[in-house]
Design a protein around this ligand. Structure first.
Ligand code: SAH
Length: 260
C-alpha cells in the first residue's frame, strides 16, 4: 500500500545524510513525496549513500526556497516538534495525528508533515504556517529524535492508521474539512489588507500582529465553510457597509439551515 498524498517537508536540513535517511524511511512506509526547503547541502553524495535504495524518492525531491511554497496544495500541515511546551496550540501525539491524517489521505487530500532543522527545529514564523502540531511522545529528559528517525516514526504511524482503516472495511469517518493551506494564505493576505485599510495595522510597525493572528487561527483549526464566512466579513468591511444577506445566501455560506 502506498501513501501517495502524504508530503514530507524538511526545513533547512543541514546534514545531507539525514535527507537520504528520511527518503529511505519514507520509502519503507510507502511514502514518496519529499520537499526540501532550502537544504544546506543538496544534492550531496552523503544523501544518496544514506538513501540506500530510495534514490528514486531522493531524485524526485523538490527543492523550494520557503515553507509556504512547500505547502502549496495541502489540505493540512502537521508541524512536528520535539518541544511541545513551546507551542501555544494543541499538540497531538503521533498516533492521534495519524488517525486524523489517514481519513484525509483516503479522501484524496494532500497532507504535509513538516520537520525542522537538526539544531533549532522550526521557527515561530514557520510554525505559524502549520495547521496542526504533532509530538512523538519521548522521554521528557531527552525528547529530540534525529530528524530522519522522526520522519520514520510519523510515516509508520500514518501507514498503520491507513492499514487499520482499510482492514476495517468501513468508510472513513467523516472529518471536518479544514480550510486548505492556500485558502488560509489568501485569507491572511486579505485580513492584513483590511487591517491596514481600517488603520489597525501599520506594516512599518507590525508588532508581530500577523504572526499572532496566524497562531490564533491555527489554534481554531478553521473549516472551509467558516473560512468562507470570514472572507465574507472582510469583504463586507471593505465594502464599508453592512452586507444584507438572504437566508438562502447564508445557508450557502455556512452550510447550516437558518432558524425559521
Ligand atoms: N533541537 C531541536 C530539535 C530538532 S530535531 C529542538 O529542540 O527543536 C529535528 C526535527 O525532528 C524537529 O524540528 C522535529 O520536526 C523532529 N522531531 C525530533 N524529535 C521529535 C519528537 N519527539 N516529536 C516530533 N518531532 C520530532
Amino acid at each position: 500500500m502506498l501513501l501517495p498524498n502524504l508530503r514530507v517537508v524538511l526545513v533547512e536540513t543541514s546534514h545531507p545524510g539525514n535527507i537520504g535517511a528520511a527518503a529511505r524511511a519514507m520509502k519503507n512506509m510507502g511514502a514518496s513525496e519529499l520537499v526540501l526547503v532550502a537544504p544546506e547541502r543538496y544534492p550531496d553524495p552523503a544523501a544518496s549513500a544514506r538513501a540506500a535504495g530510495a534514490d528514486d524518492v531522493l531524485t524526485a525531491a523538490r527543492v523550494v526556497a520557503t515553507l509556504p511554497e512547500a505547502l502549496a496544495g495541502c489540505a493540512c500541515a502537521f508541524g512536528a516538534s520535539a518541544r511541545p511546551r513551546h507551542i501555544v496550540a494543541e499538540v497531538m501525539d503521533a498516533r492521534t495525528a495519524a488517525s486524523r491524517i489517514a481519513p484525509m489521505l483516503t479522501a484524496g487530500e494532500t497532507c504535509a508533515l513538516v520537520f525542522g532543522r537538526e539544531r533549532t527545529g522550526l521557527t515561530n514564523a514557520e510554525m505559524a504556517y502549520c495547521t496542526q502540531f504533532v509530538h512523538i511522545p519521548t522521554h521528557p529528559g531527552f525528547s529530540s529524535l534525529n530528524v530522519a528517525a522522526a520522519v520514520q516514526v510519523l510515516c509508520y504511524e500514518v501507514r498503520v492508521a491507513l492499514l487499520a482503516l482499510q482492514e476495517s472495511g468501513e468508510a472513513p469517518a467523516p472529518f471536518d474539512r479544514l480550510a486548505a493551506h492556500d485558502d488560509m494564505e489568501q485569507f491572511y493576505a486579505h485580513l492584513e489588507q483590511v487591517l491596514i485599510e481600517i488603520g489597525f495595522h501599520d506594516p512599518q510597525r507590525p508588532r508581530h500582529l500577523m504572526r499572532r493572528l496566524r497562531r490564533l487561527f491555527a489554534r481554531a483549526a478553521v473549516e472551509q465553510n467558516e473560512l468562507a464566512i470570514l472572507r465574507g466579513v472582510l469583504s463586507a468591511v471593505q465594502g464599508g457597509k453592512q452586507m444584507r444577506r438572504t437566508d438562502a445566501q447564508l445557508t450557502q455560506i455556512s452550510g447550516e439551515v437558518p432558524n425559521s
